[in-house]
Design a protein around this ligand. Sequence first.
Ligand SMILES: [Cu+2]
Length: 147
Amino acid sequence: MRGKVQALDKPLHTTLHRVGCRPEDWFRPVIRLHRRRWLALVPLAAWARPARAHAILLDSTPAHQARVSAGRHTLAFRFNARIDRARSRLTLIRPDRSHAVLALLPGPDGVLSAEVALSPGAHTLRWQVLAIDGHITRGDVPFTVAD
Ligand SMILES: [Cu+2]
């Protein structure tokens, strides 16, 4: 990012040298150039943001407030960014409030999945992930296992 900003500064200096010394000559072009330079930075900023973003949950199985049947399930949490799997975890909070940190299955970047046997009652899946930008995000997905 820094390299690209410096590259954008170069044409401004080159143009300043070419315009000359009379203030009325170079004052207007400079303002115009500054405006153009800021406009040029807008797409760069838009492009840079997603690559640096911390992880946001895009969707999950089970979904928020879903109702699922009892038995074995593959849980999956999909995020908008690449995540550090070794420093991310899924915790199942059972109806009796006991916590179980789930073993993660291998899978694509940005997806955390685990297999678990579910018995009836209100559950919560707590996800905590470390994104490649170094930021930790977390959240809860409550769901119900039907009788
Ligand atoms: Cu972040």
